[in-house]
Design a protein around this ligand. Structure first.
Ligand SMILES: Nc1nc2c(c(=O)[nH]1)N[C@H]1C(S)=C(S)[C@@H](COP(=O)(O)O)O[C@H]1N2
Ligand SMILES: [Mo]
Length: 326
């Protein structure tokens, strides 16, 4: 692994690591009476680390990649540099800073069992490599917009979530799909922080989950997805804020009731269930009108549904009373 200096803009990246966001997520802990327990790390310390991305080299799924790109999904901007998308992450299981890629290497990827349960014809547990054989793998270029007002654009490999829903055979009574991350506090130090409601949990309506855009990413940049990006399988729902795109999924549960999600439990006023991107609806602490594109100077305008309205706007017709955009 080569060591190299950070380029100028990468250091800049860290200086502006949405300090206000960082403080906001911390201050909510403070408001829960836990602020004193948090030890902050100066963002600039992290800028001195090696920025070379790591790909899980012995991943048995490696021969599956690269997979054919689905050209239906096009970008309006260049893809983000691989070393940036794989070293600037949110993955609270491994820490609340952006620089967790090294810590995330502790996550064991095999065996990896995926449970599919709840309101289905028959609950099943399937090993990731068996699941990968059954799913129609393809590559898609998607934008990705974090609620913290930074964004990237990356080539995910994986399969339409609808393929997994079809495989699961949900009952007619299922209205939501809940997705949960692994629970392994021995390997994931963040999960020893008991004030968070582990495991990380997210959810979609069945209509959202079977929308053509909803994607399960198992690869990134034509290789198995790195641990820090949510190996071996994570959600990618590009019209929603990034926190909906739950990483390292161990369990899919079909339910009748709307799941209470991880960030909803921590701070429901700011991080709700729907979390659709909308430049006109501000976060309590910052505007969502623009975003910082990773690796670029300046900011660009954020688009409604992150630019994917043609695909998803209809999902929310008649739901104007709901808090759709936070
Ligand atoms: N399990 C889990 N999934 C998660 C998170 C997390 O902390 N834990 N963070 C979310 C947030 S806030 C974002 S922005 C994206 C970041 O994905 P990336 O690191 O691949 O860019 O992952 C989301 N999925
Ligand atoms: Mo995020």
């Amino acid at each position: 692994m080569s060591i190299r200096q950070n380029r100028d803009w990468e250091i800049k990246e860290f200086e502006v690591t949405s300090e206000s966001v960082y403080r906001s997520r911390r201050s909510l802990l403070k408001s829960m009476g836990m602020g004193g327990l948090i030890v902050g790390t100066a963002p600039l310390l992290a800028a001195c680390e090696d920025n070379t991305p790591i790909v899980y080299e012995n991943d048995p799924s490696a021969p599956l990649y690269p997979v054919k790109r689905n050209t239906r999904y096009v970008l309006d901007r260049p893809t983000t540099a691989e070393n940036l998308a794989t070293t600037y992450n949110n993955f609270y299981e491994f820490g609340s800073q952006k620089k967790i890629w090294r810590a995330a290497q502790a996550l064991p990827l095999r065996p990896w069992l995926v449970e599919i349960d709840g309101l289905v014809e028959k609950p099943i547990t399937i090993a990731i490599d068996d699941l990968l054989k059954k799913m129609p793998l393809e590559e898609r270029l998607y934008r990705f917009r974090c609620v913290e007002a930074w964004s990237m654009a990356v080539p995910w490999s994986g399969f339409a979530l609808k393929a997994l829903v079809d495989f699961a055979k949900p009952l007619g009574s299922a209205k939501y799909l809940q997705m949960e991350t692994f629970l392994n506090p021995k390997k994931a130090p963040g999960q020893r922080q008991g004030w968070y409601p582990w495991p990380y949990r997210e959810g979609l309506t069945i209509a959202e989950a079977t929308n053509e855009l909803a994607f399960i990413a198992t690869g990134l940049y034509g290789k198995p997805i790195p641990k820090q990006n949510g190996a071996p399988l994570r959600l990618a729902v590009p019209w929603k804020y990034g926190f909906k795109s739950v990483k390292s999924i161990a369990r899919f549960t079909f339910t009748e009731h709307r799941p209470v999600t991880f960030w909803e439990k921590v701070q429901g006023q700011e991080y709700g269930f729907w979390a659709n991107v909308n430049p006109k609806v501000s976060h309590r602490c910052w505007s969502q009108a623009t975003e910082r594109v990773l690796g670029k100077r300046g900011r660009v305008a954020t688009q409604l549904f992150n630019g994917y309205g043609d695909y998803v706007a209809d999902l929310y017709k008649g739901m104007e009373g709901e808090r759709l955009y936070t």
